[in-house]
Design a protein around this ligand. Structure first.
Ligand code: NDP
Length: 459
């Protein structure tokens, strides 16, 4: 008789946990997965997927404006939040169902409840008793972090609630300058909500290329978002008219909703990690080695709970590498270098590799190729500008970074990432013939170093 009930017990049925559980089960292992909320995790239930639907919904406002320039008459266009919510929730339920079926088809068992580690081989699931397992995989993800000591923080929502607001507010203040804050500012603004984005730093999106950061801030303002930089909330007070936001620069602003997107934290609360002696990093994430193994020999962790690169595709690949290492006898480390990412701001960003400042620090001399131009679509009206930038190592000619702000930037960057991951040089990059007329062709036609294309150029 087997020593344990399961070969693998996965805690958390999000992107990372589901991928790991399915692959492990497909190898013939006996696998259980515990999930306290809905199967699918942050990405499917309260993250990437519903967010993208909201971005699509919001973008229509901009398309309607452009349509007029092309001769269309748009009359009576209005947006109905409850209709959108119902459609979005239907699709999320469908996707969650697909995840459940995929797990079951692979032979994994699902346990609904909050799991707590009792010892290195025992997990207790609320309402379901205890289970033993040879190996445990922690894949509990992250959750919004809130500054608990801020006066009035109880009036604030996080992105979790933004997906289910009973009605669309007239005015919103969003705090934060990261992915979530910038994306939701675009969403609410596009849906007709008077939107203020307040960020403590001198520019949005720390970690991105500086030209991208300032370009995006300008474009957000052009779209109608009020961007307040270098200030943060000192208090939020309930008033008869809504919520009064007090800022550190002395300004005040009333809104109906205040949303904080000031970072996420690894979700380890109540997991019982101390019962097995699992160590955390100084930032509170589960500490793992390159193979995603914790300090406890049979306990592993993948995805946002390990706080490496907190992106869904990374979590999936970490889950996959874990399964290959442990259940397919193929030790695999996921390579966290050159992971491309997109910010679904409006306009969106696609970015892979090093920002100019980081490249200068690491490589010394770099060449910059940069174009700022009006996308062809806006030739008849509108003043939106796109930005395309390449960072190239002088010594080797290797393309170190590619950064795009503009329509379809997220689609573009996926392709650019392949070449950059393969170590493409600028000469090889330039040997690629352009696809015309596109915005992407600017990427392969930038010959002059550091010379921005003139504004207003269209193909
Ligand atoms: P980020 O870490 O991206 O940004 C947090 C923001 O909050 C930063 O601008 C930070 O400022 C600010 N901040 C931190 N602490 C405070 C504070 N005490 N007061 C005021 N501001 C503060 O977090 P997000 O929540 O936006 O997103 C979490 C992660 O989720 C992202 O890093 C990303 O990995 C992932 N994600 C990815 C998406 C995508 O792929 N499109 C979409 C959404 C999320 P400062 O810069 O000064 O530290």
């Amino acid at each position: 008789m087997a020593q344990y009930e399961y070969d693998l017990f996965v805690i958390g049925a999000g992107s990372a946990g589901v991928r790991a559980a399915r692959l492990a089960a497909m190898s013939g292992a006996k696998v259980a997965v515990a999930e306290e909320h809905r199967v699918g995790g942050t990405c499917v239930i309260r993250g990437c997927v519903p967010k993208k639907f909201m971005v699509y919904a919001a973008e229509f406002a901009h398309h309607f404006k452009t349509a007029k320039d092309y001769g269309w008459t748009i009359e009576g266009a209005s947006f109905d939040w409850p209709t959108f919510l119902a459609e979005k929730d239907k699709e999320i339920a469908r996707l969650s169902g697909v995840y459940v079926r995929n797990l079951q088809n692979a032979g994994a068992e699902l346990a609904h409840g909050k799991a707590r580690i009792v010892d290195a081989h025992t997990v207790e699931v609320t309402g379901q008793g205890t289970h033993t397992a040879d190996k445990i995989l922690i894949a509990t993800g992250g959750r919004p972090w809130m500054p608990a000591d801020l006066p009035g923080i109880e009036h604030v929502i996080s992105s979790n609630e933004a997906f289910h607001l009973p009605q669309l507010p007239k005015r919103i203040v969003i705090a934060g300058g990261g992915y979530i804050a910038v994306e939701f500012a675009g969403i609410f603004n596009g849906l007709g909500v008077e939107t203020t984005l307040i960020h403590r730093g001198p520019n949005l999106l720390r970690g991105f290329d500086d030209d991208v950061r300032s370009h995006v801030a300008e474009e957000l303002e052009k779209r109608g978002i009020t961007v307040v930089l270098g200030a943060q909330h000192t208090a939020i007070e309930k008033t008869s008219g809504g919520l009064l936001n007090r800022f550190s620069d002395g300004h005040e602003r009333e809104s109906d909703v205040v949303m904080f997107a000031v970072g996420r934290e690894p979700y380890v609360e109540g997991l019982g990690l101390e019962n097995a002696g699992v160590k955390l990093t100084d930032k509170g994430a589960v500490a793992v080695d390159d193979y995603s193994r914790t300090n406890v020999e049979n306990i592993w962790a993948v995805g946002d709970v390990t706080d490496r690169i907190n992106l869904t595709p990374v979590a999936i690949r970490e889950g996959q590498a874990f399964a290959q290492t442990v259940f397919y006898d193929k030790p695999t480390k996921f390579d966290h270098e050159l992971v491309a990412s997109a910010v679904f701001s409006q306009p969106p960003i696609g970015s892979v590799g090093l920002a100019e400042a980081d490249a200068r620090k690491q490589y010394g001399k770099v060449d910059i190729y940069l174009a700022r131009l009006k996308p062809m679509k806006y030739a008849f009206g509108g003043d939106e500008r796109s930005l395309l930038k390449l960072v190239v190592d002088c010594a080797t000619e290797r393309v170190l970074g590619c950064h795009v702000v503009g329509p379809d930037a997220p689609e573009m960057i996926q392709m650019a990432a392949i070449a950059i991951k393969m170590g493409v040089t600028k000469t090889q990059w330039d040997a690629t013939c352009a696809v015309h007329p596109t915005l992407a062709e600017e990427l392969v036609t930038m010959r002059e170093k550091y010379v921005p294309m003139g504004l207003g150029q269209v193909a």
